[in-house]
Design a protein around this ligand. Sequence first.
Ligand SMILES: [Zn+2]
Ligand SMILES: [Zn+2]
Length: 137
Amino acid sequence: MKINVSQIPFEGQVLEETISPRSLELETDEVKFRGNLRVRAIISKITNAVTIDADLSAPVRMHCSRCLADVDTDFKKKLKLNYQVPSNQQTIDIDQDIREEIILDYPVNPLCKPDCKGLCPRCGAALNEGGCTCGST
Ligand SMILES: [Zn+2]
Ligand SMILES: [Zn+2]
């Protein structure tokens, strides 16, 4: 999302944009996107200080760290960005700052449910579904 600093009105401005996760290189081995990242930004400017309150959301798919099942969830995050903009600068590009904030917030050990029983250590069956027949549990 690029913000044209000289066009921010006195009363502030709301910008909405959808960004392809590929263009921001948001996907990792653990986190895949099922759709675009949506950004809604409330922008205000006082002299040369620009403040951006952004709401981010994106449908993502992760894998449960215990049973490896797909976990589809909506990634959501609110963030505030502040910029000091020199008077000769016309635009700010906030994409890289958004990217960093998103990647910082990826869950380390996602779970399909808080009490996921994981996989049987002997036969590998998904214990949530009671699939183990080896008798180790
Ligand atoms: Zn699980
Ligand atoms: Zn088993």
